[in-house]
Design a protein around this ligand. Structure first.
Ligand code: TMP
Length: 204
């Protein structure tokens, strides 16, 4: 079980797709799960968090608990059974997103965030977490260049994403064995090679 993390615009979806294809070419069964979401309950929570009109008045505390609720469900309904079957599970965000977005960026107390995270995952931790790191301004420009309508999170000011970035770097420094940082500013193929090196070493 691996997780990918990073701020908006870092190229996470592309990297997850490239890694899935490569692992499948090697004969492995791979399932990608998306956070928040990935279960029926989780997709409803995702809608509330990202698009629903009533989400606009959401407090940071509610936001934290909704992300944790979605995760508690996916861990028990999907992740654990897949891992037990020997499937490689790639998580598009996991507990570190909560630590960084709700803790470091929204400013909720980290001890509360960590306790809620621990309760939600119940000991199910990724063997490897890859943080796709890039300059915040560049990532911001990438999202805005898409021209599509931005969701509640993507509409945060650049300072918010700088806190997200610094939060990830602090986590990686605190847990260097599990959390590894990858420079995501290079071309997608080059970033993929860096991802592959770390994943292959961990799966070996
Ligand atoms: P994404 O799936 O497109 O990356 O969007 C998910 C958004 O939700 C993204 O802005 C990060 C945010 N998020 C949190 O704030 N906390 C969390 O725990 C998770 C999983 C995501």
């Amino acid at each position: 079980m691996l997780s990918f993390e990073g701020s908006e615009g870092c190229g996470k979806s592309t990297q997850i797709r490239l890694l899935k294809e490569r692992l499948e070419n090697e004969g492995r069964e791979v399932v990608v799960l998306r956070e928040p979401g990935g279960t029926e309950i989780g997709e409803s929570i995702r809608h509330l968090l990202q698009h629903a009109k009533e989400g606009h008045s959401m407090t940071p505390e509610t936001e934290l608990l909704l992300f944790a609720a979605s995760r508690a469900q996916i861990v028990r309904e999907k992740i654990r059974p897949l891992v037990e079957r020997g499937v490689v599970v790639i998580l598009d965000r996991f507990l570190d997103s909560t630590t960084v977005y709700q803790g470091h960026a929204r400013g909720l107390p980290l001890d509360a965030v960590n306790a809620i995270n621990r309760f939600a995952i119940g000991g199910t931790l990724p063997r490897l977490t890859l943080v796709l790191d890039m300059d915040t301004t560049l990532a911001w420009q990438r999202i805005h260049a898409t021209g599509r309508e931005l969701d509640r999170m993507e509409n945060q000011p650049p300072a918010f994403f700088e806190k997200v970035r610094q939060g990830y770097l602090a986590l990686a420094a605190a847990e260097p064995d599990r959390i590894q940082v990858i420079d995501a500013s290079a071309a997608p193929e080059a970033v993929h090679e860096a991802v592959w090196e770390k994943v292959a070493a961990r799966l070996a």
